[in-house]
Design a protein. Sequence first.
Length: 110
Amino acid sequence: MKNKITIISRKDFEKYYNIAQLFTKSSCSADNVIKEYNSLTFEQKKQIATKIKQCDIIRGRKIPKDDLPDIWETDVMVDFHIIATEMNLDPITCVLCQVIPTKYHKIVIK
């Protein structure tokens, strides 16, 4: 399989990174997150994205729709941290596996 690369501007990457950082409460640097993301195989990224989708499905069944958004947000953050721990990653990297299409094996910041 060929390595597919996508070039993301620093500004666009920082949008992803800053939102993920606020959401996960992680203090990992952007450069370390990029290195970690790029070190993952396509299958690992796909596995992380699948786990996150499975958590979303379970959450949709277990959390009543009328519950406060804070409960949902906290639950999602905990899921990212659990998956990150299982994979020995930073939670921001897990978020990137969800928001950046997994068809890209590597990202390059320009």
